[in-house]
Design a protein around this ligand. Sequence first.
Ligand code: ADP
Length: 567
Amino acid sequence: MQGNMMDVQLTVPTILERIRTQYAGREVVSLLVAGRDEQGNPVPHKHRTTYGQVADRARRLAGGLLGLGLTKGDRVATLAVNSFRHLEAYLGVPSAGLVLHTVNIRLHPEQIAWILNHAEDRVLLIENVFAAMIPAIKAACPHLEHILVLGPTPQPIPLPGVRDYDTFVQESEALTRYPDLDERDAAAMCYTSGTTGNPKGVVYTHRSTVLHSLASAPKDGLNVGEADTVLPIVPMFHVNAWGLPYTCAMYGAKQVYAGVFADGRSVATLLQDEAVTITAGVPTIWMGLLAELDRAAQAGQPYVLGGLERLIVGGSAAPEAMIRAFQTRHGLSLLQAWGMTETHPLGTASGVPYGVDASSDEAFTLRAKQGRTVPLIELDLLDDQGQRLPHDGKTMGRLIIRGPWVASSYFKGEGQSNFFDLDGQGWFDTGDIATLDERGYMHIQDRAKDLIKSGGEWISSVDLENAIMAHPAVNLCAVIAMDDPKWDERPLAVVTPKPGQSVTHDELISFIAPRFAKWWLPDATVLTDSIPIGATGKILKRELRDQYRSYSSTQGLVTPAAPDRSE
Ligand code: ADP
């Protein structure tokens, strides 16, 4: 017997209609580039609008794009920073039945062209600050018929098919009747960063977008409601800014966008001036903010951030030392979340479980893990033979995931080996190595490709990095595998010290030794001025490995003690 409930399709226009009809007065604030100072640095200008205006312009954008002859499923790319205009595209493009393709602006121009061609984008929305790239993009991307420039340019760009976005939106008729959409139709797409092989396209459906927004907002998730003011520092080209533009719109939260201004001082000022309650970004952003908050406090002029309830951190592991530093020095709470492009991205969030004292060491240990699943997401662990492993908090295995906002394949059917059946159900292999404990807390140990395999055993580079980053003289640390004739691979710590400070290998090892078996401890430490960071704010371990793979124990800061395997 079937139930009798309506089969209403879960689609993005329902979100657009909510901001238009219920939250029209709620604000959207964006830092735009007003010009350049003498050093060539961008000067900010604060732009204010409302959800009502965003909805009107999103519907005009939708109408205008269909007026260009685009039809259902056509791709509209963005090369844009976080701002109200990008938000209009988030809502307007899928509401027209088109697919919003957000492209990472930090990629190499050749990779950008490769991705635009692979997705066969017909229209590109490009930020004015990147307008210089337009001729090269046009030449490299034959599918691209129209380019709309977001924000004013000093002169009009005299190329066929290139026009000003604001004028286009103003002159277009608003779409008032949305096309019939199936909730399984494509709404948006993102490419993985291609750390292994070419980037792969992940295509989100309307349904997955709506369900992800519904599931990420509740209290034990990101905790977003109408009374909130949310500043997503995470770029809108990186997994839809973790879905926050949609989640905030669905629940009516005010949105604040920092554009190109993501340094510690700009972020702290914006958090204070706009009374932000929730913000989100990768650990490197929060390290910049922490340094700025410390500086201001020491100068006797602390920022006033009383309403800031949570800083969401994800993208790579948040060191426990950082979580503690924010809490103890500034009374600010970091919530760690985990996910990937293939999971929309929210998979887990790491709150303190019921019954555990939030100020206890146990609470901090749990918050430094990646946390428990949000509803409807399932996780499991497999060994190399595909057998399920115990959830005992100790056994490491390949992390697999399934759920209604997890990819079931890549665009054009690539990378099929990541998707597989287990006991008749579809799963996705995350490529992460993790543990799961009895309460469901997931703890990432490594990306499979970054794991250090020493004498047939696994060493977690993430655990070592987090422990080393708790040392007061350490700014950033990456632990990588170096080749070893006896053990195959051994850990090498690459460390950037804090300005004006230094540290020796022996000091670091004695600092972390109480927490690890002896054979886990790095054999050597390299001090360096900088560690390469990639387009999504993560350490480029592949570059470091290329540089230091055959690092010889006679160089630099070294203790080449043979690992003791007895523990
Ligand atoms: P990529 O890093 O391959 O570009 P994503 O941006 O989709 O792809 O990142 C997904 C990966 O980032 C995850 O598989 C995981 O390894 C890592 N990651 C994300 N959040 C966290 C976190 N909170 N802690 C540790 N690792 C994380």
